[in-house]
Design a protein around this ligand. Structure first.
Ligand code: C2O
Ligand code: CU
Ligand code: CU
Length: 487
């Protein structure tokens, strides 16, 4: 994998199967060229100033053109993959969401440790078409620095809206950013998001909602195969967010190792060098890449991954796909990797243990469907946690504020389920009974078909009602979600 490839080959591979020769230009260009109504494109980056962030996101549908024909794309502020929001630990955030869609939506601040109630990270709010809502909260001074994720969370419509394009990356600046070796690196946020092709055929061909929809257009920050520059001797900090509806990325960078410095919720204690990185929907990773290879061009690849035990349930076998292209440009005196980062303390011993079994179910009443727009009535298929489909009016789990618990997430299904908990980060403590080697802050963990993952979580600071669910958002919309009351 160390041979630099010529550009034409890379693009051909990156777009294999689309039958359209397209270079590395943005989908937005296609949109703009073909827009039926002209509209301004919002700023690429919205940044807080002087301890306060005053932000506005407009959720809107935009007629555009994808390779293969016209399509309707959903955006925040007219930007595919959203503007990048950037705040600091300690900031007061005020974010107005305006809903210009023809259906209800809302916002979720995935991974932030903020109140789940009121105008905070309240996913039970619904903003009607034409309406708006202002979210306000303070990010604690000691909030870990990290890459978080803003996306719609209106039950029954989450998958449609995320798959349609909605979502934004949210950077919280703080502790990790101050480590000198990390600060010296040049930084790029990479939002990984797949889109349906214009025909939408793949969704009709077996990649339906039960498995979770994937699209054949693999974009990075709304672009196909963008270039990433690295000087010889330099350090590149790649901040990766899987903002796709269902696709699990298995990432590899030709000729280079990726040195992991942070997971979902913040820094790890010691950097870990990786050949490959698996990133499920909702997960983030922060990696350093050293410009220590022969100057040239190297591909960031998505390697094949089977997320269902049932062959034939996933799309036709896919080879490696090109996501982005790393180009050497110039050189600098060699920058060192950090040796240590930020300690991840052990959580207290748990006060109790719970078990959550994830499965699919056939022919149920499907409680979740009555509240959503899933279009699957009784007799359809859906997903359950401990035998029950999501019901916003039922509290499934009550925990004491300030307590610590161990949760065993048991995947009794033939499909992978990335399990996600709102508001409080957790630490994975075991996989199939084997203790986990490293402590890390996580909020989303991939639980493979048949696997059992143990996690430990302390419910700190914020009482209120929130949720845990599968982050394959089609699964969430089809019932794989539970209500948590912290009291
Ligand atoms: Cu990113 Cu409840 O989800
Ligand atoms: Cu979340
Ligand atoms: Cu799932």
């Amino acid at each position: 994998m160390t041979t630099p490839l010529r550009r034409r080959q890379m693009l051909g591979l990156g777009l294999a199967g689309l039958g359209t020769a397209v270079g590395a230009s943005s989908l937005w260009d296609w949109q703009q060229r073909n827009a039926s109504r002209s509209q301004p494109v919002g700023a690429a980056r919205l940044v807080s100033r002087g301890g306060a962030a005053d932000l506005e996101l407009v959720a809107q549908a935009t007629r555009g053109t994808l390779p293969g024909g016209p399509a309707e794309l959903l955006t925040y502020n007219g930007r595919l993959s959203g503007p990048l929001l950037e705040v600091r630990a300690g900031d007061r955030v005020r974010l107005r969401l305006r809903n210009e869609l023809n259906q209800p939506t809302n916002l979720h601040f995935h991974g932030l440790h903020i109140p789940p109630t009121g105008a905070g990270d309240n996913v039970f709010l619904s903003v009607p078409p034409g309406g708006s809502s202002t979210y306000t909260f303070t990010i604690a001074k000691d909030h870990p620095a990290g890459l978080f994720y803003l996306h719609p969370h209106r039950h029954g419509l989450s998958a449609d809206q995320v798959f349609g394009g909605l979502g934004s990356a949210l950077l919280v600046r703080g502790d990790l950013d101050g480590i000198p070796e990390v600060a010296a690196a040049s930084e790029t946020v990479l939002v990984l998001k797949d889109f349906a092709s214009a025909s939408g055929q793949e969704t009709a061909m077996g990649m339906g909602r039960m498995l979770g929809r994937e699209g054949p257009l693999l974009t990075v920050n709304g672009e196909l195969n963008p270039g990433l520059a690295i000087p010889s001797g330099g350090l590149l900090r790649l901040r990766l967010l899987n903002a796709s509806n269902a696709r699990i990325y298995r990432l590899a960078l030709e000729g280079h190792r990726m040195v992991l410095i942070a997971t979902d919720g913040g820094a790890i204690a010691t950097p870990e060098s990786l050949d490959e990185l698996l990133l499920a929907p909702g997960e983030r990773a922060d990696v350093l890449v050293q410009g220590n290879q022969t100057p040239g061009t190297y591909r960031l690849l998505n390697m094949p991954y089977q997320r269902s035990g049932h062959m034939g349930m996933t799309a036709a076998e896919e080879g490696p796909r090109t996501l982005a292209i790393l180009n050497y440009a110039g050189s600098v005196a060699t920058l060192p990797l950090p040796k240590t980062l930020i300690p991840v303390p052990a959580l207290p011993q748990p006060e109790r243990t719970r078990r959550f079994s994830l499965a699919h179910a056939m022919g149920m009443g499907m409680g979740g469907m009555q509240h959503g727009m899933g279009g699957m009535g009784a007799g359809g298929m859906g997903f359950v946690i401990n035998g029950q489909s999501f019901d916003p009016d039922r509290i499934d789990t009550r925990v004491a504020l300030g307590s610590t618990e161990d949760w065993l997430i048991v995947n009794d299904d033939v499909m992978d389920h990335p399990f996600h908990l709102h508001i409080n980060p957790f630490q994975v403590i075991s996989r199939d009974g084997r203790p986990e080697a490293q402590r890390r802050w996580k909020d989303t963990v991939l639980v493979r078909a048949g696997e059992e993952v143990g996690l430990r979580v302390s419910f700190r600071d914020f009482p209120g009602r929130t949720v845990y669910h599968c982050h394959n958002l089609d699964h969430e919309d089809l019932g794989l979600m539970g209500v948590l009351q912290i009291e």
